[in-house]
Structure formats: structure tokens, C-alpha cells
Design a protein around this ligand. Structure first.
Ligand code: CA
Length: 222
């Protein structure tokens, strides 16, 4: 899962980014509205954390522009404390949720988790497929009840496949949702991570659909 954080306070931006990375997301960042708008317009994010008060282009304008252009990713806005009008304006502009500053990081993490899983059609924080279970809140994976240790890239890959289980996911889509913008994608191909993940959760969990991509938890038809 890949996120965008748009926040002009450099310290807060770093805190958010670090916390979200530690929670298992690939995170791109922008420090002003123009850059944030551009990234959200051109890259496929699973959710965006968007500050309202931003230089160059304010958060509401960024959001309105994305929605006008048909960008439908979930957006969590950061609003000033006690500015109820910001919350109303933000939600009317297309935000899915808000957190008022100052906030506890755990609240942002919980709301982002909920937005990402809801967008993929999941109501629960536990995603399961056969013997594989992912607890999104704890970031823990088990196989038949036994803990499985995954690297951050393996975790992102499994999480994406579990969020979209039963669907065929192309390598391009996986690449776009697993890596940060400036990541060296060539030497860390999706195929390598799929291979490593298969060794950890069993060779048959992830099916290769020739020419199309991968599928987790498919219904076998003969
Ligand atoms: Ca700000």
C-alpha cells in the first residue's frame, strides 16, 4: 500500500512519514500544495494525508481539483483545532475523513488503516485467505496460527494482495503500489518478492496468471 503525505510543517511531515512507514506503507511526501497536487494527480495512491493550510495551493483547492479530475483515492485531511468550518468544507470538497491538529499519531494510523481497507471493500482489520491471516492493526502475519516474519517489502506485497484477494493484479499495479517514487525498482522486481513470499506462506497461495499478473486466494476452477 502506497500513501502520499502533503504537509508543509517539515517536522510534522517527517513524523507522519516515519510512523506510516513503520506501519508498513510506502510513503511519498510533498511540502506544498502544488507538489502534492501534482503527485496525487499522476501517481496511484491507496490513500492521502492532506493538510488544509498549505503554501502555493491550499489543501481544499488541491482536493477539489483531484475530485474534479476524477481522482477517487481516499483522502484524510488535517484541520486546525476547533475550525469546524474547515471540517465541513473539507468533507464537502471530497475528503473521506479528518483529524484535527494537534493529534495523536495512533489516531492518524487508525483512520488511514480504515480508509485503505474500506476502499478495498473490507470492514475488518483482519484479512484472511486460507491459512494466511494479516492483523492490520498489529502488522502481524500468521500462517496456520504461527507467526511469519516478513520484510517490509514482503509485507507490503502480501497486504496489497490480501486487500485485493481474488483479483488478478498486474506487475505494473504491484510496482506502483509497493514502492516509493524514488525507489530503485529495477533491482527489486516484484517477481523477486513474490518468490520470497511464496517460500514463507506456501508455494500455492499466490497464483501466477501468465501474461496478466498474480492472484491470491482465487477460486480454483478445475
Ligand atoms: Ca500547514
Amino acid at each position: 500500500m502506497r500513501l502520499l503525505v502533503v504537509e508543509d510543517d517539515a517536522d510534522l511531515n517527517r513524523q507522519l512519514t516515519t510512523a506510516l512507514q513503520e506501519a508498513g506503507y510506502a510513503v511519498d511526501t510533498a511540502l506544498d500544495g502544488e507538489e502534492g497536487h501534482f503527485l496525487g494527480d499522476t501517481e496511484p495512491y491507496d490513500a492521502v494525508v492532506l493538510d488544509i493550510g498549505l503554501p502555493k495551493m491550499d489543501g481544499l483547492s488541491v482536493l477539489e481539483s483531484w475530485r474534479r479530475e476524477g481522482r477517487s483515492m481516499p483522502v484524510l485531511i488535517l484541520t486546525a483545532r476547533d475550525r469546524w468550518s474547515d471540517k465541513v468544507a473539507g468533507i464537502d470538497a471530497g475528503a473521506d475523513d479528518y483529524v484535527a491538529k494537534p493529534f495523536h499519531m495512533e489516531e492518524v494510523l487508525a483512520r488511514v488503516r480504515a480508509l485503505v481497507r474500506r476502499a478495498a471493500g473490507h470492514a475488518s482489520n483482519e484479512l484472511t485467505c486460507g491459512p494466511v491471516r494479516l492483523d492490520l492493526r498489529a502488522g502481524r502475519v500468521t500462517l496456520d496460527g504461527h507467526p511469519v516474519k516478513l520484510t517490509s517489502h514482503e509485507y507490503r506485497l502480501l497486504s496489497y494482495l490480501l486487500h485485493h484477494q481474488g483479483k488478478v493484479i498486474s506487475r505494473t499495479e504491484l510496482t506502483e503500489h509497493l514502492y516509493e517514487q524514488d525507489f530503485d525498482r529495477d533491482s527489486n522486481t516484484v517477481e523477486v518478492f513474490v518468490g520470497r513470499l511464496r517460500k514463507k506462506i506456501g508455494p500455492d497461495m499466490i497464483e501466477t496468471i501468465r501474461g496478466l499478473g498474480y492472484r491470491l486466494g482465487a477460486e480454483r476452477d478445475g
